[in-house]
Write a new protein. Structure first.
Length: 103
Protein backbone atom coordinates (compact mmCIF):
# COMPACT_ATOMS: atom_id res chain seq x y z
CA UNK A 1 0.00 0.00 0.00
CA UNK A 2 1.42 3.38 -0.98
CA UNK A 3 1.42 6.35 1.35
CA UNK A 4 1.22 9.93 0.24
CA UNK A 5 2.11 13.02 2.20
CA UNK A 6 -0.64 15.54 2.55
CA UNK A 7 0.32 18.70 0.61
CA UNK A 8 -0.60 20.94 3.55
CA UNK A 9 1.88 19.20 5.90
CA UNK A 10 5.16 21.08 6.28
CA UNK A 11 8.38 19.11 6.00
CA UNK A 12 10.11 18.67 9.32
CA UNK A 13 13.79 18.36 10.06
CA UNK A 14 14.21 14.69 10.93
CA UNK A 15 17.83 15.01 12.06
CA UNK A 16 18.29 12.74 15.08
CA UNK A 17 18.55 14.61 18.33
CA UNK A 18 21.00 13.23 20.90
CA UNK A 19 19.08 11.27 23.51
CA UNK A 20 18.91 12.89 26.94
CA UNK A 21 16.96 11.39 29.79
CA UNK A 22 15.20 13.85 32.04
CA UNK A 23 16.38 13.68 35.64
CA UNK A 24 13.20 12.00 36.90
CA UNK A 25 13.51 9.22 34.31
CA UNK A 26 17.16 8.68 35.25
CA UNK A 27 16.25 8.62 38.93
CA UNK A 28 13.48 6.04 38.47
CA UNK A 29 15.77 3.88 36.33
CA UNK A 30 18.55 4.04 38.96
CA UNK A 31 16.12 3.22 41.78
CA UNK A 32 14.66 0.24 39.91
CA UNK A 33 18.18 -1.04 39.24
CA UNK A 34 18.59 -1.42 43.03
CA UNK A 35 15.41 -3.47 43.47
CA UNK A 36 15.43 -6.93 45.02
CA UNK A 37 13.16 -9.69 43.69
CA UNK A 38 12.05 -12.92 45.39
CA UNK A 39 9.86 -15.75 44.17
CA UNK A 40 7.45 -16.56 46.99
CA UNK A 41 6.10 -19.95 48.08
CA UNK A 42 2.83 -19.21 46.27
CA UNK A 43 4.88 -18.81 43.03
CA UNK A 44 4.25 -15.05 42.80
CA UNK A 45 7.04 -12.49 42.64
CA UNK A 46 7.77 -9.91 45.34
CA UNK A 47 10.01 -6.88 44.78
CA UNK A 48 11.15 -3.98 46.91
CA UNK A 49 13.71 -1.18 46.69
CA UNK A 50 16.03 -0.95 49.71
CA UNK A 51 15.88 2.51 51.29
CA UNK A 52 12.43 3.28 49.87
CA UNK A 53 10.08 2.43 52.75
CA UNK A 54 6.71 1.24 51.52
CA UNK A 55 7.78 0.77 47.89
CA UNK A 56 7.07 -2.86 47.05
CA UNK A 57 5.09 -4.95 44.58
CA UNK A 58 3.72 -8.46 44.24
CA UNK A 59 2.55 -10.02 40.98
CA UNK A 60 2.22 -13.32 39.12
CA UNK A 61 5.21 -12.74 36.82
CA UNK A 62 8.50 -10.96 37.27
CA UNK A 63 7.60 -8.61 34.38
CA UNK A 64 4.27 -7.68 35.98
CA UNK A 65 6.01 -7.26 39.33
CA UNK A 66 8.57 -4.86 37.83
CA UNK A 67 5.81 -2.87 36.12
CA UNK A 68 3.85 -2.63 39.37
CA UNK A 69 7.00 -1.67 41.28
CA UNK A 70 7.68 1.17 38.84
CA UNK A 71 4.11 2.42 39.24
CA UNK A 72 4.35 2.30 43.05
CA UNK A 73 7.70 4.12 42.94
CA UNK A 74 6.28 6.87 40.73
CA UNK A 75 3.31 7.38 43.06
CA UNK A 76 5.61 7.31 46.11
CA UNK A 77 7.82 10.00 44.55
CA UNK A 78 4.82 12.21 43.77
CA UNK A 79 3.66 12.02 47.38
CA UNK A 80 7.17 12.67 48.75
CA UNK A 81 7.59 15.71 46.50
CA UNK A 82 4.12 17.03 47.34
CA UNK A 83 4.69 16.68 51.07
CA UNK A 84 8.30 17.94 50.93
CA UNK A 85 9.46 14.68 52.51
CA UNK A 86 13.08 13.55 52.13
CA UNK A 87 13.87 11.45 49.07
CA UNK A 88 17.00 9.27 48.92
CA UNK A 89 19.81 10.46 46.65
CA UNK A 90 20.79 7.79 44.13
CA UNK A 91 23.92 7.90 41.99
CA UNK A 92 24.21 11.64 42.61
CA UNK A 93 20.61 12.29 41.57
CA UNK A 94 18.77 14.38 44.15
CA UNK A 95 15.09 15.11 43.59
CA UNK A 96 14.70 17.19 46.74
CA UNK A 97 12.88 20.48 46.40
CA UNK A 98 15.01 23.56 46.91
CA UNK A 99 13.08 26.49 48.32
CA UNK A 100 14.04 29.88 47.00
CA UNK A 101 12.94 33.27 48.20
CA UNK A 102 10.85 35.34 45.83
CA UNK A 103 12.47 38.58 44.76
Amino acid sequence: MACARSPDVAFQDLTPVPSRNPMLTEYIHAALARSDYKKLDDQTWFAEIPGFDGVWANAATVEACRSELREVLEEWLILKLRDHDPIPTIEGLDLGIVESEAA
